[in-house]
Design a protein around this ligand. Sequence first.
Ligand code: UDP
Length: 272
Amino acid sequence: MQARTGRGFGIKVMTMGGNSNVKLISDDGIRVDGRKVDELRPIRIEAGVLKRADGSAYVEFGKNKVLAAVYGPRECHPRHMQNPAKAIIQCKYNMIAFSVNDRKRPGPDRRSVEISKIISEAFEYVVFTENFPRTSIDVYIEVLQANAGTRCAGLTAASVALADAGIPMKDLVPAVAVGKVNDQVVLDLQKEEDNFGQADLPIAIIPRTGEVLLLQMDGHMTRAEFDQAIEMGVGACKRIYDLQKDALARRYSVEKSEEDQLEEAPAETQEG
Ligand code: UDP
């Protein structure tokens, strides 16, 4: 096991960094799940999936299934946490008990506290929090099924849920993990690659400005590999961004047609 910087808990700490012997990419460049090195898993994004939340989204990144719900901006309790100048963002990332192979013990742990913190901080930079002093914007991310890359799927979902709640933001936030497996830079690691790969580098960007909003790294890469990983990750984030926008467009075009139908109904009654 190699020493590491930044995050890394549980299974990953025990495995990542020293297992380049596990063959995860075939000689013709195909990965264990049939993808090429620069290929994303199939992604599905749906906006507005929960009626009770102010905003919500459901995201699948391959076998990852993640639900995000947003409440607020609403008065912040307890009051001592209020900021008179801006809203605070409180994100809770949670993996539910049946989301992984071994039952996940319910409740927060070091990893979920860390992920909640980095996602809250990411959104504090994107949301126009100064528009809503003394309030809290609560973001819940529930991982229903995990297969590596859940923080990225969670961020992607939460950003769509915030937009669905009508909360003003600089932009949507797409995220994806890039990594190093069998000495090659690969996009969107799935579980085996995450566990037995040499590096994992989740990245989130603000597409409109090109800013990198989140960047973490487990494991080791050369400078050239790092540059390649960033380029690959940013390119993939732009593709995810299009899917996020498409999910919101679908959500609101459906709403509009329902409204249109309601508007048309009384007219028909009058005529009758
Ligand atoms: N994982 C697990 N049990 C845990 C934590 C994680 O099986 O208690 C798995 C899960 O599939 C997760 C993966 O390990 O997606 C990688 O976890 P990591 O900490 O790298 O975060 P992620 O890649 O999900 O953002």
